[in-house]
Design a protein around this ligand. Structure first.
Ligand code: GLC
Length: 439
């Protein structure tokens, strides 16, 4: 299919203009009317291609929500809504008092976005921008290691699927299913409270239920979030007491890339990183290899407490390529896996779960659909290792799906049909970036 990139570019900019709130961009005006951490990073990377100053404001605005202890929450709420009330972030004692936020995290992309944006600014502007962000970024990365690396291995742990960015993906749902022995959830499910959760959900009012996480998955996730809230968002207590603590592959792969971006930023502005922090960066890179499973030739997330790999395949296995910490032999094995038509090499690759997974469903959120943000990460990862043809094919099929179906949240990996909400910001932003790669 012939892609009219000029038309696609201007349509994409139109979507971002619609969702623009001045200094930040909401993922969707209807479904997600607030600022999300990794969304804003992807959005800034896209906008930097045509308006670097606005892109700089996008990254800077993310830090409005930063907690006093350095934590960067996954949502910063827009004024005038009551969606923040669920979180009660003030229980932590360190949340901002002038703005409402969530109390969990998301894959740490801001340093990567800051570097990409700075690259498009003039020299002086880039210096000012990076200098003002640097201490905030350092505080964020320090928080990750202080609060989420309890055994000092370098691998960060997550305590909730929402923190992985790929919410209901198979590995997380498997752990949730097996560990959700809570009598509360069982009773609630029996009494049909899962159904009630369904009634209270906003997403299924806008999107067909077959395209979203199930009510039971949602109930289990909400229950887990409430437990963390009860512990006043104290990560150490949560990690000690919960059986649901995961060394997550998405988060750690992107952390490796973000750490490298932070080191580059320090060099550009001639600042030093605390040496203890640089040491932790090296540990993360080395420890990621513990998540490799030689027998199946892929990476998995791992249980923190038992150190067992969670052998539920998903596209997360390809993200270490983005972190560029993988040796070439493993990269080749991953590309062979990627190009297997019985698993990931569909008409519109890359599905979020492989075709042969028991979880695979071509329209259900992170259990099958193709997403533009993960495709962008995989394309960049492939390019890191010189797999130009594969990167080009994924890029073309992604642009084709968007041309045919619009700027949807996710797409059928089989037909390219659009699912989830339309006019979705990171789809628009990363289409712009993919076109600009000129593959
Ligand atoms: C969903 C996605 C998450 C994203 C958010 C806002 O929760 O799973 O990755 O950040 O929506 O777009």
């Amino acid at each position: 299919m012939q892609i009219e990139s000029g038309t696609l570019l201007s349509r994409a900019q139109g979507v971002l203009a619609t969702n623009n709130q001045g200094t930040f961009t909401v993922p969707s005006k209807t479904l997600y009317p607030h600022q999300w951490q990794w969304d804003s990073a992807f959005i800034a990377i896209g906008i930097a291609n045509y308006d670097p100053r606005r892109a700089a404001a996008e990254v800077t605005s993310l830090f409005r929500g930063q907690w006093q202890n350095g934590m960067l929450p996954h949502i910063t709420f827009s004024p005038g809504s009551h969606d923040w009330e669920f979180w009660q972030a003030s229980r932590s004692g360190v949340a901002p008092t002038d703005i409402q936020t969530s109390a969990m995290i998301q894959p740490p992309l801001p340093a990567i976005a800051a570097l990409a944006v700075a690259d498009k600014l003039t020299g002086d502007e880039a210096q000012t921008f990076l200098k003002s962000l640097f201490p905030k970024l350092v505080a964020w990365h320090q928080w990750i290691y202080n609060e989420r690396d309890p055994d000092g291995s370098g691998l960060a742990v997550l305590i909730h699927p929402w923190e992985s960015g790929i919410d209901n993906s198979p590995a997380w749902m498997e752990v949730l299913r097996l560990s959700a022995k809570s009598p509360w959830v069982a009773a609630a499910n029996k009494l049909g409270v899962a159904w009630l959760i369904g009634k209270l959900r906003k997403d299924t009012k806008l999107i067909p239920t077959a395209q979203r996480a199930t009510d039971l998955e949602e109930l289990r996730m909400t229950h887990r979030a409430l437990r963390f809230r009860k512990r006043n968002y104290d990560s150490h207590t949560q990690i000690r007491k919960s059986d649901y603590v995961v060394e997550d592959l998405v988060f750690n792969s992107l952390l490796i890339a973000a750490n490298r971006a932070l080191l580059d930023i320090a060099t550009i502005i001639a600042e030093d990183l605390p040496s203890a922090l640089s040491y932790r960066f090296e540990q993360t890179q080395a420890s990621l290899e513990q998540l490799w499973d030689e027998s199946s030739g892929q990476y998995y997330s791992r249980h923190y407490h038992t150190k067992e790999l969670i052998k539920q395949p998903s596209l997360a296995t390809f993200l270490p390529l983005f972190g560029e910490s993988v040796d070439f032999g493993k990269a080749q094995k991953l590309v062979t896996l990627l190009k297997d038509p019985a698993r990931y090499w569909t008409n519109f690759p890359v599905p979020s779960a492989p075709l042969n997974s028991a979880y695979f469903d071509e329209q259900r959120y992170w259990q099958g659909p193709m997403w533009v943000n993960t495709n962008w990460l995989i394309v960049k990862g492939l390019l890191n290792y010189g797999f130009h043809d594969e990167a080009k094919q994924i890029t073309q099929r992604t642009l084709e799906a968007v041309t045919r179906s619009g700027f949807h949240e996710y797409f059928s990996p089989l037909s390219g049909k659009g699912y989830g909400i339309d006019n979705f910001s990171w789809t628009a932003a990363l289409v712009i970036d993919l076109i600009n790669l000129k593959l």
